[in-house]
Design a protein around this ligand. Structure first.
Ligand code: PEP
Length: 254
């Protein structure tokens, strides 16, 4: 596939996998994907497995991501984890503002923007998630929602930081539901987001930022989705929990 932006496919394991299960999965992925150079491959285990997974993938083309972090650098924030703590495990990416956190932890665009800045300050690349609910899509509010989320969650980033930020477009109605956006719906939303980046930053930044699609990505739909001009990868939930399906998504995307 001939794109100027390198594809980035990340597995969001959510609250799944003990350390032993996590190691099993990455051992399989290392074997299956050892020759892949065309895609940045990222696994995002729960915090508890980061240390062991980090060691297990040292000599591989897999990169490590976390699923969340604090906007603060240090202090009395019980239960929280800082960007620097993630860096100790050689974490390179961090998912921010996933719709589950927006919904269950009530994360706001403002908070997500603070986290994105804190991530960059520690040289972590944020994967910032945006996306509309079904009710919002049905009310024709998709663009308005994306506009608010993109501007709000990326507020304060410099152009250089924005280029090192990944956006994941994840229509909430497609997450874990088996319903995938059509390729046209995905491309339309991605092109719209890129247009917003052109206005909020500049055209060069907009051309360089990678925008992942997320929402029931599986081996059978990966190729078509990735072939869209503005789709630069995927954020994969359920199908990233098994070696075979995650590896096939990646191989089918090349
Ligand atoms: C996700 O939660 O980021 C996701 C896309 O999940 P799934 O692939 O299971 O829809």
């Amino acid at each position: 596939m001939n794109k100027t932006r390198k594809l980035i496919i990340a597995g969001n394991w959510k609250m799944n996998k003990t350390v032993a299960e996590a190691l099993d999965l990455v051992r399989g992925l290392k074997i299956e994907l050892s020759t892949v150079k065309e895609v940045d491959i990222v696994v995002c285990p729960p915090f508890t497995a980061l240390g062991e997974v980090s060691k297990a993938i040292l000599d591989s083309n897999l990169r490590l991501g976390a699923q969340n972090m604090s906007e603060h650098n240090v202090g009395a924030y019980t239960g929280e984890i800082t960007a620097v703590m993630l860096k100790e495990f050689s974490v390179r990416y961090v998912i921010l503002g996933h719709s589950e956190r927006r919904q269950y932890q009530r994360e706001s665009n403002e908070l997500i923007a603070k986290k994105a800045l804190a991530a960059h300050n520690a040289a972590l690349k944020p994967i910032v998630c945006v996306g509309e609910t079904l009710a919002e899509r049905e009310a024709n509010r998709t663009q308005e929602i994306l506009d608010t989320q993109v501007r709000g969650s990326l507020a304060g980033l410099t152009n250089d930081q924005m280029v090192e930020t990944i956006i994941a477009y994840e229509p909430v109605w497609a997450i874990g539901t088996g319903k995938t956006a059509t390729t046209e719906q995905a491309q339309e939303a991605h092109a719209f987001i890129r247009g917003l980046l052109g206005k909020s930053f500049d055209e060069t930044v907009a051309r360089r930022v990678r925008i992942q699609y997320g929402g029931s990505v599986k081996p059978s739909n990966a190729r078509e989705l990735m072939s869209q001009p503005d789709v630069d990868g995927a954020l994969v939930g359920g199908a990233s929990l098994e070696t075979r399906s995650f590896a096939e998504i990646i191989k089918n995307s090349i």
